[in-house]
Structure formats: structure tokens, C-alpha cells
Design a protein around this ligand. Structure first.
Ligand SMILES: Cc1cc2nc3c(=O)[nH]c(=O)nc-3n(C[C@H](O)[C@H](O)[C@H](O)COP(=O)(O)OP(=O)(O)OC[C@H]3O[C@@H](n4cnc5c(N)ncnc54)[C@H](O)[C@@H]3O)c2cc1C
Length: 352
């Protein structure tokens, strides 16, 4: 096992796990608050930080990853931020202050920020059909969707119906495809919509051109036969069947934190932090989709999704890692709205 040997220096080494919105925002603030420090961003991914909000453009044929770069490569040199790509974190060892990478390298830290985000949650009964589902998390995934659909008039089934999925559904409908949302209890997630309010929002989806199916659980998904649609979905309890070019699942997020299990920090669904984004380990902070923040107003831990919240967390984590004491404002009303055009909008999803 190779061990990274630190240069002898007094400079604090900040290590950030995650090269997304939270990690990058934190890195920028760390650099400005502690100019002499060492900053290392670690990511399992192959590419630099990309603007995923723009991925729907891939459906219009734009698929060069450079088009989606948030910062040019020179930015990281200028800011003296080391980006370690293709580096999968396997374990955190707080006692020795090292993280272990899958390729058996260890990286030591003085202060650690966990900003590892999350991946789409897939209910147990759908896992055996994973290979028949399309994802939308990378440019490659988005390209695969484009290739699976005709230029227009394609058919897409969206299982679950969380806000990320509905946002993509809107783009697909505008491109002339048919979108059927097989709604689950995750419809509109992470917004919690009461049974009384739901019909109004479902009507808005239909007005936007989507078809919404309720109370139907998938019994199985099959590859379609030659000359027919590529996928066949069969529903439980005589719920019938559907044929589609693309089937996608949008059941909310599952935080990516396997590597920190057993390290002594508290975890519920996400990594638990106080409003200052500290974990129970005084050298470990967390920010972004991976963490659940204590909300004194609501008396429970909660997630804060979306670009603006995630960036704000990155900034606050950096302030507190460098001796500050700022708290995330945990009282926020996240709203699902129907805008003047009669379309659904989420205050979580604003990113400009
Ligand atoms: C396709 C898509 C579209 C979206 N569109 C919008 C939108 O329009 N508006 C909006 O507000 N929000 C949108 N969101 C949600 C928003 O992007 C997230 O809330 C935000 O990106 C979360 O940022 P993050 O930094 O917490 O995590 P992420 O951006 O998910 O970054 C996580 C990072 O951690 C790394 N990582 C994870 N595990 C490991 C490991 N074990 N080892 C090493 N590295 C690891 C990953 O490689 C990645 O670099 C979208 C999300 C997706 C996926």
C-alpha cells in the first residue's frame, strides 16, 4: 500500500470528497480564507466539475463534455486546487486522519469535507431490471437516451416522478416525445404534497403534456421484441402493460456515504450535521446532498437539495473549517409552484 507523504509544512491540508457544486464552492472559499493551505478535491468521476443542469442540451445533440465545464482546467491551477480524478474513496479513518482510495492509496488530511452527493434511489423490486433502465446522471447516460429515442414521437415511461425526473419530462415533451409518468409516493419528491393538494399539481403536469398513471406497481420490465418498442412494462394486479423506447426511474436520492460507515460519525439516511455543518468528529464537516442538517425550528434532521442550497452549504462549511461560526438557515419554505404559464416550478430547482 502506498502512503502519500506530506511535505513538511504548517499549511493545513483540506481534503474534500466530491467534485460537485458543494465541493467546488467549498474549495473556492477555502482558498480565499486560507491562502497558504493545501486543498485536494477527490472524485470518483473521470471529468472535472460539469454543469448537470444543462444536460438536457445533450438531447439536442450537444455532447462534448467541454461544453458543460463549470471552470476551465486552468482555474484549478490558478486556485492551487488539486483535483484527484478516478479516485474512489473506500474508507475514512478519523483516528489516523487518512482516507483510503480503492486503488489502495492513502491520503492524509487535517480537515475533511464530505461532499459526495448521492445517486438515484431504486426500490428493491426494480433492482433486477436496472440494466433495462436509462439514467440521466452523466453525459454518456444522456447520449444513450438520445440514441434510444427517435428525433420526435418517442415514448418514455418515467417511474416514480421526483422533481428531477419531472424536469427532464418537461424537456422531453417539448422535444415532441410522449411521456407517461407512473406515479409513486415519490411523485414531486422532495416536496411533500398532501392528498388534497395533489390533484391540482397532477392537472398541471397533464396540462404540460404528460400523462400521469396512479396506483400501478411494476411487476416486471422486459426488453421488447425486434421491430417493436425497446421495453415492455407489465404492471401488477392486471394493471395492463406499456411499451416504450426508454424507461427511467426517479425515486429521489440515496446519499453516497458507504465509505464513511464505521468511522464513528453519525448517520441516519444522510450524514448528520449541526447547522454549522459539523459532524460529531471535530475534523469532519459535510455539505450538499449527502448531509442531513439539524433543524431546530422543525426539531428534526432534514435534507436541503438544489443548486442554491448546496452551494450555500459549501460556502458555510468552508467558513467554519477556517475558524468561522456561521449556521445554515434551516428554516426554509421549499415550494412547488404552478407558474403563470400553468407549469410546475420548484423553488428548489432554481439555479440562476
Ligand atoms: C442530472 C441532474 C440534473 C439536475 N438538475 C438540477 C437543476 O436543474 N436545478 C437544481 O437546483 N438542481 C438540480 N439537480 C440537483 C443538484 O444537482 C444537486 O442537489 C447537487 O448537484 C448536489 O451537489 P453535491 O455537490 O452535493 O453532489 P454531487 O454534485 O452529486 O457531487 C458528488 C461528488 O462526489 C463524488 N463521489 C461520490 N462518492 C464518491 C466516492 N466514494 N469516492 C470519490 N468520490 C465520490 C462524485 O464523483 C461527485 O464528484 C440535478 C441533479 C442531477 C443529477
Amino acid at each position: 500500500m502506498s502512503v502519500e507523504v506530506d511535505e513538511v509544512s504548517d499549511a493545513t491540508h483540506y481534503v474534500i470528497i466530491g467534485n460537485g457544486a458543494a465541493g467546488n464552492e467549498a474549495a473556492w472559499h477555502l482558498r480565499h480564507r486560507d491562502p497558504d493551505s493545501r486543498i485536494t478535491l477527490i472524485t470518483a468521476g473521470r471529468l472535472l466539475f460539469l454543469n448537470r443542469y444543462e444536460f438536457p442540451r445533450v438531447l439536442d445533440g450537444i455532447d462534448d463534455w467541454r461544453e458543460f465545464l463549470v471552470y476551465p482546467p486552468a482555474y484549478y491551477d490558478e486556485q492551487r486546487i488539486i483535483v484527484r480524478r478516478l479516485s474512489w474513496v473506500e474508507r475514512v479513518d478519523p483516528r489516523h486522519r487518512v482516507i483510503e482510495l480503492r486503488h489502495k492509496e492513502q491520503v492524509s488530511y487535517d480537515k475533511l469535507l464530505v461532499a459526495s452527493g448521492g445517486g438515484g434511489y431504486l426500490p428493491e423490486y426494480l433492482r433486477e431490471y436496472r440494466h433495462l433502465l436509462h439514467d440521466f446522471n452523466t453525459i454518456k447516460n444522456a447520449k444513450q437516451i438520445r440514441e434510444a429515442l427517435p428525433t420526435s414521437g418517442g415514448k418514455v415511461v418515467m417511474l416514480g416522478g421526483d422533481v428531477k425526473g419531472l424536469d427532464l419530462a418537461r424537456t422531453l415533451v417539448k422535444a415532441g416525445h410522449e411521456v407517461i409518468v407512473a406515479a409513486s409516493e415519490h411523485l414531486f419528491w422532495p416536496h411533500e404534497i398532501s392528498a388534497e393538494e395533489a390533484p391540482r399539481y397532477v392537472e398541471a403536469l397533464e396540462y404540460m403534456g404528460m400523462q400521469v398513471m396512479h396506483d400501478r406497481k411494476v411487476a416486471r420490465i422486459e426488453a421488447g421484441s425486434k421491430g417493436l418498442h425497446a421495453r415492455r412494462l407489465v404492471f401488477d394486479d392486471d394493471g395492463g402493460e406499456l411499451h416504450a423506447d426508454v424507461v427511467m426511474a426517479f425515486y429521489g436520492l440515496m446519499p453516497a456515504l458507504k465509505f464513511i460507515l464505521g468511522s464513528g460519525v453519525d448517520i441516519a439516511r444522510g450524514l448528520l450535521v449541526n447547522p454549522q455543518l459539523r459532524t460529531v468528529d471535530e475534523r469532519i464537516w459535510a455539505a450538499g446532498d449527502v448531509c442531513q442538517i439539524w433543524s431546530p425550528e422543525e426539531n428534526h434532521y432534514r435534507f436541503y437539495y438544489g443548486w442554491k442550497n448546496v452551494k450555500m452549504m459549501g460556502r458555510i462549511a468552508a467558513i467554519n473549517m477556517t475558524g468561522g461560526d456561521e449556521a445554515v438557515s434551516t428554516f426554509k419554505e421549499d415550494k412547488l409552484l404552478i407558474n403563470d404559464q400553468g407549469e410546475i416550478d420548484s423553488t428548489l430547482w432554481e439555479y440562476h
